[in-house]
Design a protein around this ligand. Structure first.
Ligand code: G3H
Length: 479
């Protein structure tokens, strides 16, 4: 609503990609730069559309809500080219990965619609259980404040927004700092498909917008993919935390464990994908690599050479694997981690490691990394790869058990007798164990979650519908 006639302050959106040899980001467009009043206006619109559970959207027939979502996705599909282009320019994602992000999002919406149809029990009969007839169903939770990340500005934002909406909630959503403009081609589709106030996009600074919204106590669900510092700060503004549901996808420090009997070619190529795709800016990226001491010298030699052979360039160029970084402060941060590690005894073992341009730093493979180094502890979310050697499997297991995170692990080995008991332990430390393959979120039908500080609630297609709803029932003495 607000955005249609917006005449107030605006913010410039610059590209991650430089159009000249000297680093000079291109101005891609502008978005509104909203303040507290507009944030509250968006909240009131969402509240009004929800109307304490009595609004048009939460009471709408399942078939009609599905029709609205189908209308949205069919209009969204016409914007593929524009959005893919913006993904490349705004966040520097390669062409194939940008296309994948778009297509995967469309598929996610269709899968959500299908699962929602299966879940619908509105016309089911009363069933007798423990002497009582009951009709169990699922209902919405209320107003959702939804905040997405910059690395999957379309896909992960929608992995929150779409299930929240289809379950009958209304939403206010704020894109991340980077990957903002690519939502503009969808504004019309939102307007055409959903009743007024059901979806409210707000642009601006997180603190300026989220704080006053949360302070009203009117948000029922905080849905955020990002870091725990922001999640803690934002939820801390809610005056009554018992009334706030959380759906959070947070940090991870997923390890790879390479056992002495691993197929080394396979382990190396999977570790390359796991550590360097989208420059390591994935919560599921492999962020620490443990290699058994018997094979670490050979692993390092081959791994470092493969990292050096990766091609850097603009996202649309053929075969490019490494691209400029959207966060201007990232290269300096990665450099800090490298400096700290090298000061404490690690070496950069690949020739190109750490070479920089203005908005880019070539992935540095560091070895031997030890626990007193920042790169061992912090979620680097960028191009630096710590490698450690181990003699006893208990060493990486202890580190995982003591870590603040618990999302996934990759384990490389070939002896089933060793792997089977190891897997039984690993599944108690993380939520997904990847055998001889790198970590990843998809396919989206599998549960995506984490232990400890890595997540709250689960975000697969199936689980997200449940995360954004509550089971209710009608009980009766007769059928
Ligand atoms: O940044 C976290 C994403 O969930 C990673 O997803 O494994 O599909 O790249 P992905």
């Amino acid at each position: 609503g607000i955005l249609k006639e917006w005449k107030g302050k605006t913010a410039n959106v610059f590209s991650t990609i430089s159009s000249t040899k000297e680093y000079q980001p291109t101005l891609l467009g502008t978005v509104p730069d909203l303040g507290e009043n507009e944030a509250l206006e968006a909240l009131h619109a969402a509240e009004k559309a929800y109307d304490r559970g009595q609004g048009l959207w939460p009471t709408m027939k399942v078939a009609d809500r599905i029709a609205a979502m189908e209308k949205f996705v069919s209009q969204m599909k016409t914007k593929r080219e524009e959005i893919v282009k913006l993904l490349m320019w705004e966040i520097g994602k390669t062409l194939p990965d940008s296309q994948k992000e778009f297509d995967r999002t469309v598929e996610y919406i269709y899968d959500t619609i299908e699962d929602y149809k299966k879940m619908d029990r509105t016309s089911a009969k009363f069933e007798k259980n423990a002497g009582v007839y009951a009709h169990i169903r699922r209902g919405p939770l209320g107003v959702v404040l939804c905040l997405g990340p910059y690395n999957y500005p379309l896909n992960e934002t929608f992995a929150l927004l779409i299930p929240a909406l289809i379950m009958g909630n209304t939403a206010i959503f704020k894109p991340a700092k980077h990957g903002v403009l690519l939502l503009s081609p969808l504004l019309e589709a939102f307007r055409n498909s959903f009743p007024a106030g059901v979806v409210n996009i707000i642009y601006g600074r997180g603190r300026t917008l989220a704080t006053p919204i949360m302070e009203t106590g009117k948000v029922d669900v905080l849905a955020l993919i990002g870091n725990s510092k922001s999640a803690n700060a934002i939820q801390g503004n809610h005056p009554n935390k018992n009334r706030l549901r959380l759906v959070l996808g947070l940090e991870a420090k997923n390890p790879a464990i390479v056992l002495p009997d691993a197929d080394l070619d396979l382990a190396i190529s999977e570790c390359i994908v796991g550590t360097t795709s989208f420059n390591g800016q994935r919560c599921t990226a492999l962020k620490v690599v443990y290699v058994h001491e018997d094979i670490v010298a050979e692993f390092n030699k081959r791994f470092a050479a493969k990292v050096d052979a990766l091609k850097f360039g603009n996202p649309w160029e053929n075969g490019v694997q490494l691209t400029p970084l959207p966060e201007p402060e990232k290269p300096a941060y990665i450099q800090e981690l490298i400096d700290d590690a090298t000061k404490k005894g690690a070496k950069i073992i690949n020739e190109n490691g750490g070479k920089t341009t203005e908005n880019y730093i070539f992935p540095a493979v560091l070895y031997p990394v030890s626990k007193n180094m920042r790169v061992f502890e912090e979620e680097q979310f960028g191009p630096v790869i710590p490698v450690l050697s181990f003699s006893d499997i208990q060493e990486p297991l202890n580190d995982m058990a003591e870590s603040n995170y618990g999302q996934q692990v990759s384990v490389f080995g070939s002896d089933v007798k060793t792997l089977a008991p190891l897997i039984d332990t690993l599944v108690n430390l993380v939520c997904r164990v990847n055998l001889n393959s790198s970590c990843q979120r998809g396919p989206d039908v599998y549960p995506f979650t984490g232990r400890k500080d890595s997540a709250v609630a689960t975000l697969s297609v199936y689980d997200a519908l449940r995360s954004f709803s509550i089971r209710t029932f009608v009980a009766s003495k007769d059928s």
